[in-house]
Design a protein around this ligand. Structure first.
Ligand SMILES: [Mn+2]
Length: 296
């Protein structure tokens, strides 16, 4: 009996991208915002393709504690359209329980039947063979390990134990919480689904960050992914497959320059040959240029 689910995090729906220059003749900020909403449908498609019955969202589904009602309504509607899939939404630091109380109230009241808000740190049956152990972020900077409660959470004999949490395992966290990297062992987990880090990272065979399914910074250099996780029996290591979900590629391109070079031609040659409309490039120019070269 295989349990298959998708693990994603940090959708940051509603993010406005005010730091991205908006060209006079384009709407890149709007397109980036739309791509984050679009991640919902792309995840739903992956779930369908992979025959996964559940999608675990490990926090920061929404970018702020107070997304506009339209952003929330449209996101929930898109999740509702995914037939045969149940979405499990965990509060992260951006949409934590305290700051985003009205948001979680409205999700519980208005969400379609296949969208579950996991706002309590209590074991929840995922199906007849698996128990979800969620640890929602209570407030923005808790300063303690948000997964500690998992150790004491019970589950029926023979059930798979799947942890769901949001926070850092090392100093990359901005929120102050640090998760014990061996939590899978101390809480007897078959899988620990984490969010917070926006790049893909495997902490250990059972502990994973999928990163954001739609990238939002230049640091990772590849399109966003989600994880397709298969579990067969308690104690058996999971099978974890990365599935690309990102629309935009955020990438850095080095551009070494020297005097009397045609810089414009060098730039044109360094840019990607195809698919440019969905690529954000940060050009890192370096080297030497005389005054005339600079002007050019
Ligand atoms: Mn985040």
């Amino acid at each position: 009996m295989t349990l298959r689910f998708l693990h994603a995090s940090d959708l940051h729906i509603g993010r406005k991208f005010a730091n991205i220059p908006q060209p006079a003749d384009g709407n890149i900020r709007g397109r980036l915002m739309e791509a984050r909403h679009g991640a919902i449908a792309r995840l739903a498609q992956v779930a369908k393709d992979k025959d996964a019955a559940h999608i675990l969202l490990a926090g920061d589904t929404f970018d702020t504690a107070t997304p506009s009602p339209a952003v929330v309504r449209q996101a929930l509607a898109a999740m509702g359209e995914a037939e045969g899939v149940t979405w499990w939404l965990l509060p992260g630091n951006h949409d934590n329980l305290r700051d985003a109380e009205p948001l979680w109230d409205s999700i519980r009241e208005t969400a379609p039947a296949n969208v579950k808000a996991v706002t309590e740190a209590a074991p929840t049956a995922l199906d007849d063979h698996a128990t979800l152990l969620p640890c929602p972020v209570a407030y923005r900077a808790g300063g303690s390990d948000p997964t500690e409660a998992m150790v004491g959470m019970g589950s029926p004999e023979g059930h798979l134990r799947i942890g769901l949490a949001h926070g850092g395992v090392t100093d990359f966290t901005e929120s102050g919480e640090v998760i014990a990297p061996d939590r899978d062992r101390s809480a007897r987990l078959d899988y620990l689904a984490l969010g917070d880090w926006h790049g893909r990272m495997a902490v250990s065979p059972r502990v994973h960050y999928p990163g954001s399914p739609e990238q939002d910074r230049f640091k990772h250099g590849s399109r966003g992914v989600c994880l397709c996780v298969s579990l067969t029996a308690p104690g058996v290591p999971p099978e974890v497959e990365e599935v690309e979900t990102g629309q935009f590629l955020w990438t850095e391109i080095p551009l070494p320059l020297h005097p009397r070079q045609d810089a414009a031609a060098a730039l044109a040659a360094a840019l990607p040959a195809t698919g440019r409309r969905d690529v954000l490039v940060r050009v890192i120019a370096s080297g030497w240029a005389g005054l005339a070269d600079r002007a050019q």
